[in-house]
Design a protein around this ligand. Structure first.
Ligand code: ADP
Length: 417
């Protein structure tokens, strides 16, 4: 440009030479811009063309940036490959789903356990391939806090435990595990308890029957055995209760799904339980108060609900000193329907509360046995409530009393207006 200006001054045509100069300069920029564009479009030609001036700087900086990105991309791809290799050989079945349930990726174990075939099943909805009702219902409700168990669609003998974990903005991770050995052991345990209880039932009924007949006989021999007969009858009746509770518990555990689902008039059931509780209280004359909203009803199994509620009310009677108060309340609010059984009894120390629903867990075993308890009552309550999607909550203060509450979800509630 300076050369053009000097030439212009020398030839007295500054403007013309300046114009040529500017045009030349612009042309050079345009030429380099086109080269830059070509270089970008060239794609695979990594090295920038030979340039000089300010364009050298521009080409060089872009080139460096490209190199850095290329390195970073290569590192990410390598990491991704390594991650995919690791997940592919993981023994747990893993699949990546879109939020609508379309399968995007899966590992070898998922292919084997869920029967997914590549590339045929890519993009298909998981519920169209895994069609077990337990899974389809679980996927439809979208409550991914729980783990579901069902047999593998490929092999009925293989039991799967499946979880779904939402991640990112719109993806789901499906994780499945083969739990066949644990499931079999559980089944053996359940069958064993059910069979033993069943086998004990008949001999106990026979012994109980004979003992009753003998105690009704008024002859001298039975009179002599009076106290022993009484004790034998008491113990037989305890064992009969135990067997009945064990059978009920295994039935609750074994039956899948809730059958039948009636609309249960809970206030009526509670009125009956109250009558029985008054009889159980007898001489101890507890004041048993019932406040139940007859308009609030529940979809469920009336026998299972009766067992659960009566266990709570009878416990309140057993563990409350004579003359104490027991309150039974049945009501609904926006979170669902609730049954509360409060007593002014012995109460339970905080450390025992989390374990009360375990089978045979008793705070005071001698006292429980003395009052005819089997130690299975609250385990029955928990199972019956589980089958109704309900929760048990326990609050208690030693020496003051306890409140046992059952919380039923709104979808099981039927409100009569
Ligand atoms: P049990 O047949 O021994 O009553 P449960 O499973 O019904 O068995 O109850 C477990 C234990 O919880 C009882 O042994 C008792 O110690 C305690 N418990 C249950 N209900 C009450 C209550 N209302 N007040 C105090 N303790 C209770």
């Amino acid at each position: 440009m300076l050369v053009m200006l000097v030439l212009g001054v020398l030839s007295d045509r500054e403007a013309l030479f300046l114009l040529f100069g500017v045009l030349g300069y612009l042309g050079w920029h345009l030429f380099n811009l086109v080269r830059l564009l070509r270089w970008f479009q060239g794609g695979k030609r990594f090295h920038p063309p030979e340039v000089n001036g300010v364009w050298e700087e521009v080409f060089y900086n872009i080139y460096r940036l490209q190199q850095r990105n290329r390195l970073r991309r290569r590192r990410i791809v390598r990491m991704l490959n390594r991650f995919q290799e690791a997940t592919a050989v993981m023994p747990d079945a893993t699949a990546v789903l879109s939020i609508q349930g379309e399968i995007e990726w899966w590992n070898n174990a998922a292919g084997e356990l869920f029967g997914l075939r590549a590339p045929l099943d890519r993009g298909r909805r998981i519920v169209n391939l895994v069609r077990h009702p337990v899974f389809t219902e679980f996927f439809a409700t979208g409550d991914y806090t729980v783990t579901v168990q069902f047999p593998s669609p490929v092999n009925e003998q293989v039991m799967l435990a499946v979880r779904v974990v939402p991640y990112g903005k719109d993806h789901l991770l499906l994780v499945g595990r083969d739990i066949t050995p644990i499931y079999r052991l559980e089944q053996i345990r359940r069958d064993f308890i059910a069979n033993v209880s069943h086998e004990l039932r008949t001999p106990l009924t026979v012994i109980g029957g004979f003992l009753e007949t003998m105690s009704e006989d008024e002859d001298e021999r039975t009179h002599h055995w009076g106290r022993s007969l009484h004790l034998m009858r008491q113990q037989t009746s305890r064992m009969q209760h135990l067997v009945e509770d064990l059978l009920l518990l295994s039935r609750l555990e074994m039956e899948r799904g809730l059958h039948p689902r009636d609309v249960v008039v809970v206030s009526g059931v509670l009125a009956g339980i109250r009558e029985e509780a008054v009889a159980l209280s007898g001489e101890r004359r507890h004041a048993i108060h019932l406040d139940a909203d007859p308009r609030v009803r529940l979809q469920g199994n009336s026998e299972e609900l009766r067992s659960a509620f009566s266990n709570l009310v009878f416990n309140a009677v057993q563990y409350t000193p004579a003359g104490g108060d027991i309150y039974i309340r049945w009501y609904a609010d926006i979170s669902g329907a609730h049954l509360e059984v409060s007593d002014t009894g012995v109460g339970i120390a905080a450390e025992h509360i989390p374990r009360l629903t375990e089978r045979f867990y008793r705070v005071d075993a001698a006292r429980s046995r003395e009052s005819g308890g089997t130690g299975l009552g609250l385990a029955i309550v928990k199972h019956a409530l589980n089958r109704h999607d309900a929760q048990l909550s326990i609050e208690s203060e030693l020496g003051k009393g306890s409140t046992f509450a059952c919380h039923f979800p709104p979808h099981l509630m039927v409100r009569i207006t």
